[in-house]
Design a protein around this ligand. Structure first.
Ligand code: MLC
Ligand code: AMP
Length: 505
């Protein structure tokens, strides 16, 4: 029995239409076909039920990218579990917070992390995904009943996933996303980007964030398209796939690297119909270079964890570099002042949005949700934007103190707190400075209490505390931090002073 509000029911219907078409291909090997999806997810769902998973229960998943991980996600949806994916780079110290906050019934981790996660798993059932360990989830799946598992009945507002996003206070918040948030956003994009059932998607993004997990997977699955699956970004491997593919979704770093690669040519990409970029600003120079080499203008779109995809450059019509296009159908966007009043077109202000894509609030943090919502239901994104008379949006800055490196968000406060806690440090300021590959790179400016503390001592402490991508690429020392009359650290001045730090990297 299917339930129309469960996103998995839509995916199952699309799979039925797609027949025996390849769903996931790696290199020359078809790893999964659409007509096998129902039986596969049924077995995974039965194994999760055997572990005690019930609709509404959270399942925390921190595993490397794999086809089994895709099946685990889909089975979780099918069973009505609330899927909580975590970046594989998170350390045990960071994981501790997520597990305590999400209160999962099941935790799935990689074998290498099993020892450290066991100590913080609490009452949750802890399993590894890997087929090699006895008692692993894959092992349980192979023994699980092949009897069809029902698709759990879900209401449109019931949660499908919680994705953690950090915050300006340094505390991570779980963004609650419903089945309808995800399904409605995917449907709009299928139409807006003229998705075709014979599309072949190159999937090289991680599957623990909105971009790779929702946008890429949902569009391919609901569109009945084939996915060419890559465990991580590798320019040579992507280029080898271009002649067999039609769509690539990536963060700007993908395009910086591809534009720099001699293998990217007009001929090599002639089968491709759409290159999509998002998650961080795409430099105009990257857009121009890529178009000069391939003849294809990258389609830039804008989104965030709390709302999925929000705006997009048009499929047909002008894709303007430096802009993120128009509010998607069904999404309302306004550029507002501090009180939430719309400013004149062309004037910068904070972008506020609402629509069926907007999340259900932060998990167990109603106060944080309220802080970011207007009374009329608009969400305050924290991105500074302009909107022209036609409604075209450009992201021109950030009201939130946020760094985006290689498409991953890093909140300076979290790093400053970790640095300030180190013996011998008086205070610190963490900034993002331009980086040719990552867009921005993390830099820490530290005022010492004792002269003996140096860069390697600080890095050594941070190594166990923070995921690698959050750790400063460079630590600089200063006698004092520049402050304004109110005593606030002048980060803009620090960013200016150090803007050339990675210029020749
Ligand atoms: C890896 N490293 C990073 C990093 N990724 N450092 C800073 N920022 C990053 N994004 C570090 C590693 O720890 C390692 O450190 C070194 O860089 C090289 O690692 P790697 O594994 O070789 O990295 P690489 O494969 O080059 O990965 C870079 C990347 C990857 C850009 C391809 O980070 C990536 O796939 N990013 C996509 C993130 C994403 O999906 N974002 C979407 C969020 S959703 P060392 O010291 O050990 O060498 C969202 C909403 C929306 O924002 O709108 O989409
Ligand atoms: P996340 O919280 O990881 O979902 O990141 C969302 C943030 O990424 C947004 O609030 C923006 O600051 C940024 N972002 C996403 N897409 C773009 C884009 N195309 N241009 C500029 N910033 C973007």
């Amino acid at each position: 029995m299917t339930d129309p509000a469960n996103l998995y029911a839509h995916i199952a219907a699309a799979a039925e239409q797609a027949g025996n078409k390849p769903l996931i291909v790696e290199g020359d090997t078809v790893r999964l076909r659409y007509d096998a999806l129902d039986a596969e997810t049924a077995r995974w769902a039965n194994a999760l039920t055997d572990l005690g998973g019930q609709p509404g229960d959270r399942i925390v998943v921190q595993v490397g990218k794999s086809i089994e991980n895709v099946l685990l996600y889909l089975a979780s949806l099918r069973l009505g579990l609330v899927y909580v994916p975590l970046n594989t780079a998170y350390t045990a110290a960071e994981l501790d917070y997520f597990i305590a906050d999400a209160e999962p019934v099941i935790i799935v981790c990689d074998p290498a992390a099993e020892g450290s996660v066991a100590g913080i798993a609490g009452d949750a059932k802890l399993v590894t995904l890997d087929a090699t360990g006895s008692g692993s989830l894959a092992e349980r799946v192979s023994q699980a009943s092949t009897e069809a598992a029902p698709i759990a009945s879900r209401a449109a507002d019931d949660l499908a996933a919680i994705l953690y996003t950090s915050g300006t206070t340094g505390v991570s918040k779980g963004a609650m996303l419903s089945h309808d948030n995800l399904a409605s956003n995917a449907r709009v994009l299928l139409d807006y980007w003229h998705w075709q059932s014979d599309d072949v998607l190159i999937h090289a993004l991680p599957i623990y964030h909105v971009h790779g997990l929702f946008v890429a997977l949902h569009l391919a699955l609901l569109g009945g398209s084939t996915i060419r699956f890559h465990k991580a970004f590798d320019a040579d491997a992507i280029i080898a796939d271009l002649p067999q593919s039609t769509v690539l979704m990536g963060v700007p770093t993908f395009y910086v690297r591809l534009a720099d690669h001699p293998g990217v040519t007009r001929d090599a990409s002639s089968a491709m119909r759409l290159f999509i970029s998002g998650s961080a600003p795409l430099l105009e120079s990257t857009f121009t270079e890529f178009e000069a080499k391939t003849g294809q203008p990258i389609l830039e779109r804008y989104g965030m964890t709390e709302a999925g995809m929000i705006t997009s450059n048009p499929y047909e019509g002008n894709r303007v570099p430096g802009t993120v296009g128009f509010a998607l159908p069904g999404v309302s966007a306004r550029v507002a002042d501090e009180l939430g009043n719309e400013v004149e077109r062309g004037t910068p202000g904070v972008l506020e949005i609402t629509g069926p894509n907007l999340f259900q609030g932060y998990w167990k943090k109603a106060d944080k949700t309220a802080e970011e919502m207007r009374d009329d239901g608009y969400f305050i994104t924290g991105d500074i934007a302009t909107m022209d008379a036609e409604g075209r949006v450009a992201i021109v800055g950030r009201a939130k103190d946020l760094i985006i490196a290689g498409g991953l968000n890093i909140y300076p406060k979290e790093i400053e707190l970790a640095i300030d806690a180190i013996d011998g440090v008086r205070e610190s300021a963490v900034i993002g400075v331009p980086h040719p590959d990552l867009g921005e790179a993390v830099v820490g400016i530290v005022v010492r209490e004792t002269e003996t503390i140096d860069e390697s001592a600080i890095s050594a402490v941070l190594e166990n505390r923070l995921a690698r991508f959050k750790q400063p690429r460079k630590i600089l020392f200063a006698d004092a931090l520049p402050r304004n009359a109110m005593g606030k650290v002048q980060k803009a001045k620090l960013r200016d002073d150090h803007s050339e730090l990675f210029a020749s990297t």
